[in-house]
Design a protein around this ligand. Structure first.
Ligand code: RP5
Length: 159
């Protein structure tokens, strides 16, 4: 249902959080390393075949000159969620954020926060939840659990 791709194995720790959320919501996913610069042919094949292979959403994470999410978005009509990863030689992550965020008109990438793979997983689940009632129900329960946590914090503050 969801394809999670990343530019390098060094992105894995961050991107695993997206996978963990999809697992929590009971959504099937695949994970692979696809580099825009080191494996451009693989990236083109991935983007061009994603829909016919049954994927509904793609989560793409990369750092530095992070061209993977935008390039994949140019190759498919599927929604692409971009995760800017703060890589080790990064200028505080701004390189990753801006190169994923500043897409040209007509080719959107839904960009989450720096290292925001958890939200990418939740957003992908919300897209799947628009046509899958079981996933929608799990998302409702998740949102309720967030409310319950804030209520608990409020009680603790006033105790
Ligand atoms: C990008 O360059 C990857 O997405 C990664 O975030 C960054 C560094 O990659 P490695 O040099 O660690 O393979 O392509």
């Amino acid at each position: 249902m969801v394809g999670i791709i990343m530019g390098s194995l060094s992105d894995r720790k961050v991107m695993q959080e997206a996978a963990d959320m999809l697992t929590e919501f009971g959504i099937a996913f695949e994970m692979d390393i696809v580099s825009a610069h080191r494996t451009p042919e693989k990236m083109v094949a991935y983007g061009k075949t994603a829909r016919e292979r049954g994927l509904k959403v793609i989560i793409a994470g990369a750092g530095g000159a992070a061209h993977l999410p935008g390039m994949v978005a140019s190759l498919t009509m599927l929604p692409v969620i971009g995760v800017p990863v703060k890589s080790s030689n990064s200028i505080d992550g701004w390189d990753s954020v801006l190169s994923i965020l500043q897409m040209p008109s007509g080719v959107p990438v839904a960009t989450v926060a720096l290292n925001g793979a958890r939200n990418a997983g939740i957003l992908a689940a919300q897209i799947i939840g628009t046509f899958d009632d079981a996933v929608a129900a799990r998302l409702d329960a998740y949102k309720e659990s967030l409310k319950a946590k804030v209520d608990e914090m409020s009680r603790e503050l006033h105790s």
